[in-house]
Design a protein around this ligand. Structure first.
Ligand code: GLU
Ligand code: MG
Length: 432
């Protein structure tokens, strides 16, 4: 076995799969300067491993995967596997100039434009739920479930810490076999990078430990869903001061935050097509599942598309530093860069056009009244239709990128034709 770890240079694609190439450790400096080769049509590979037919790239063209020094994750050797330098990369043209269809570049551009528009930087943090085998028949949130997951839980937290992902909490969740891991907030591009790496590390550790981890939105149509909740806050780009919190306003949400949330709610349907778009995703996104019951802004409300999260002054906590908005309609079948980029672009539309949320929903609002809020898409077709009809959302993307996205999602759907909901869940879970 080689003593110098390999260097894996990776991207994460429209199916939220990490794909890439490795070079010998000694070749890393050269790979950092010149990248490694990549192929445009790889972007058209669907969740089930096939290139979508008639994809816009065909068999032509060449790209580079250019590793980002800021996105290096050193994974130590373990008993079962050698160590690894894992870089996330931008997909560029052969001369190193940006490729308009690269999802990571899409996120970076959106975040830069956001700062140019508002003078604020976006901070984000990802909360992932997933299923882990080996803790069967344990009670929701229980100590027993937590212990049965050991030593996986302790090893995971240690691993994430070593790799620099900054784990915040590790907990037994509600659903059967379900757990949750949250990471500390950081700049939104780094947060999306960490979401990519987190999923890979959780699956890898589970596999090495003789367990199986799945980030699928559902394992069974009647079971609990696993969501990816993305938390957003804003800080002044010059001073770093938090800007989302304003105690003079309703629910303490600063005007810029209210507009940001209103932009997301206005474009909720097409956004969902980008943040939760596997054939199993819409089985999770339905009312009474604590996922999302409709396109609304809520405080103390876990069925809101956008939730104003609680703060606490306990132990000297400062609300303005904790205050954040949570987007709840994502799952791990979505590419984290596309999700962050699209949510931020929707928020930016809200700010530019000075949208206002119709209302902030609270726990005391009646369930009956809530049935009248706009709904999220009911299935992939509905979501893709909403996406294609929204000229504003379509304008955020290079036409080849969005066309490929639609082609890939259609192809995934076709692969599930004729399957029951249970079979769809199983098929998706095999991939995620
Ligand atoms: N499991 C729920 C979902 O599908 C979320 C539950 C929670 O609020 O943590 O999003
Ligand atoms: Mg949870």
């Amino acid at each position: 076995m080689t003593t110098t770890p390999l260097t894996f240079i990776a991207t994460n694609d429209l199916s939220a799969q990490t794909r890439g190439r490795s070079v010998p450790g000694a070749e890393t400096p050269a790979a950092l300067r010149r990248g490694v080769g990549w192929v445009p049509a790889n972007l058209a590979i669907g969740a089930f491993g096939h290139i979508a037919e008639d994809n816009v790239f065909g068999a032509t063209g060449d790209l580079r995967l250019m590793p980002d020094n800021e996105a290096l994750f050193n994974i130590a050797e373990s008993e079962e596997r050698p160590g690894l330098s894992y870089y996330l990369a931008d997909q560029t043209r052969p001369d190193g100039s940006p490729w308009a269809c690269c999802p990571r570049t899409f996120a970076r551009d959106a975040l830069r434009e956001f700062t140019e528009l508002t003078g604020s930087e976006v901070v984000a943090s990802f909360e992932h739920e997933f299923f882990l085998s080996g803790a069967e028949e344990t009670a929701p949130f229980s100590f027993e479930r937590f212990r049965k997951a050991e030593p996986f839980g302790s090893k995971l937290v240690e691993l994430l810490d070593e790799v620099g992902l900054r784990p915040e909490t590790w907990l037994p969740e509600y659903g059967e076999d379900q757990f949750e891991i949250t990471l500390e907030p950081t700049g939104a591009l780094a947060a999306a990078d960490r979401a990519v790496v987190l999923r890979d590390l959780v699956r890898d550790l589970a596999e090495r430990s003789g367990r199986k981890a799945s980030f699928a939105p559902l394992l069974d149509p009647d079971g609990s869903g696993s969501g990816v909740h993305i938390h957003f806050s804003l800080r002044d780009a010059q001073t770093g001061a938090p800007v989302l919190h304003d105690p003079e306003r309703p629910s303490d949400l600063a005007e810029v935050g209210a507009q940001f949330a209103a932009g997301i709610i206005t474009h909720a349907k097409p956004l969902t097509a980008l943040t939760a778009c596997s054939p199993a995703s819409y089985l999770r996104l339905s009312p009474n599942r604590w996922s999302v019951g409709g396109a609304f802004l809520g405080e103390y409300h876990r069925e809101a598309l956008v939730r104003i999260c609680p703060t606490s002054t306990l132990g000297g906590g400062r609300p303005q530093h904790q205050f954040n908005l949570e987007y709840r309609a994502a799952d791990a079948t979505a590419n984290p860069w596309l999700a962050v980029g699209a949510i931020v672009r929707a928020g930016m539309e809200g700010i530019k056009r000075e949208y206002q949320p119709e209302k902030i929903w609270h726990e005391e609002d009646s369930a009956e009244e809530l049935t009248r809020v706009p709904k999220l898409p009911t299935d992939v077709e509905d979501a893709l239709d909403a996406l294609r009809k929204d000229d504003i959302v379509m304008s955020w993307f290079h036409p080849d990128l969005i066309q490929t996205y639609v082609d890939v999602k259609r192809a995934d759907l076709e692969s599930c034709e004729g399957l029951t909901a249970k079979e769809i869940c199983r098929k998706v879970a095999n991939v995620y």
